[in-house]
Design a protein around this ligand. Structure first.
Ligand code: FMN
Length: 358
């Protein structure tokens, strides 16, 4: 399959199979309202087949980074509406990544009294806050009632995203945040029906996915997973347990008619990812993780060998707003500058040159 051929993922119509991976950039101020800078940044990238936004919080206590955007308040919804209108006017497709940060946060970041997680197990490490680096706190283990209200908040965030003009919502089930914490035996030591066995650890992610897809339509709902991505102490080191947990998850969500499954894994062509794909009735987007920057050659090979329907590209999209054109023409690329990935202002954000401007 050609990287530059069109693709339908549920209700989403992509002009090509290059998607912008979700990328936290922390440029939405203290109130989490996307402003003009985000409008420009996302619009610059509208020629990719689909943009997935940075992880966005639906609830103040789920915020994970200073400067992260939200999708909770009317002001945040209005800010995003300007972004989505502008991306659509430029011919793009844009999906919001809905992210509950779980225990990867600190009250200095959320401004709330508590940080929540499946279990009261802290990450061994430090959070980056405006007040400097501080040890991650021991999170409050969500009660059964709180699991229900947190699910409701995620559904409300998904509905808000649709009101803000997004074409769809990607549920963030990856990279050590709340939903991934439920899946990981390292982070989830609950002894109720949401912990213990693989089926129990998969249960909350299934329930959240069902509820969101019912609320906004399965054809507008995607999910991102990162099995075996041992990050932020959400460790999954027993291969048999990983297979059983993600098989249980996919058996719960595989038949819902979701738009897509996005998987971050070092070996997209390997048995694990391809087994998950076989259990899923929508399209597959892959990304091979942080160890090496996704290259054109890698993306072309994934598509030519039919290991996925589309490829999510992160750092090369940060550095090349017109990456779709560059890769179509095999033109030279700008190099990403990691020192400006996170932070404020246009530098390293909206000032990478396009081919025309180069
Ligand atoms: C600066 C930065 C921010 C990221 N933020 C997110 C995020 O908000 N949500 C997410 O699922 N992944 C996030 N990721 C992971 C990327 O989506 C992607 O998987 C990773 O960059 C590897 O792909 P690449 O080699 O194409 O960059 C982030 C990565 C980087 C470099």
């Amino acid at each position: 399959m050609d990287l530059f051929s069109p693709l339908s993922l549920g209700d989403l119509r992509l002009a090509n199979r290059l998607t912008m991976a979700p990328l936290t950039r922390m440029r939405s101020g203290d109130d989490g309202i996307p402003g003009d800078l985000l409008v420009e940044y996302y619009t610059q990238r509208a020629s990719l087949g689909m943009i997935v936004t940075e992880g966005t919080y639906p609830l103040q206590e789920s915020k994970a980074f200073p400067g992260q955007p939200g999708i909770e308040t009317e002001e945040q919804v209005a800010g995003w509406k300007v972004v989505t209108d502008s991306v659509h006017a430029a011919g793009g497709v844009i999906v919001l990544q809905l992210m509950h940060g779980g225990r990867v946060s600190h009250p200095f970041i959320t401004g709330t009294e508590r940080i929540v997680a499946p279990s009261a197990v802290a990450i061994d490490g430090q959070a980056h806050t405006a007040q400097g680096k501080v040890a991650y706190p021991v999170p409050h283990a969500l009660t059964l009632d709180e699991l229900a209200s947190t699910k409701d908040a995620l559904v409300a965030g998904a509905r808000n995203a649709i009101r803000a003009g997004f074409d769809g919502v990607e549920i963030h089930g990856a990279n050590g945040y709340l939903l991934h914490e439920f899946l990981s035996p390292g982070a989830n030591v609950r002894d109720d029906s949401y912990g213990g066995s693989p089926e129990n650890r998969a249960r909350y992610v299934i329930e959240v996915t069902q509820a969101i897809s019912e609320a906004i339509g399965a054809g507008r709902t995607g999910i991102r997973l990162s099995p075996e991505h041992n990050i932020q102490d959400a460790c999954e080191k027993d291969a048999d347990d990983v297979r059983a947990t993600y098989a249980a998850l996919l058996d719960g969500i595989g038949g819902l008619g979701l738009a897509y499954l996005s998987v971050l894994h070092a070996e997209p062509a390997g048995e694990l990812v391809q087994d998950l794909r076989a259990r899923f009735d929508g399209g597959l987007i892959v990304n091979s993780g942080f160890s090496a920057v996704t290259t054109r050659a890698e993306a072309v090979a994934v598509l030519e060998n039919a290991h996925a329907d589309a490829v999510a590209v992160g750092r090369m999209v940060i550095a090349n707003p017109d990456l779709a054109e560059r890769w179509a023409q095999e033109a030279p690329e700008n190099t990403p500058d990691a020192t400006t990935f996170y932070g404020a202002g246009p530098q390293g954000y909206t000032d990478y040159p396009t081919l025309v401007g180069a």
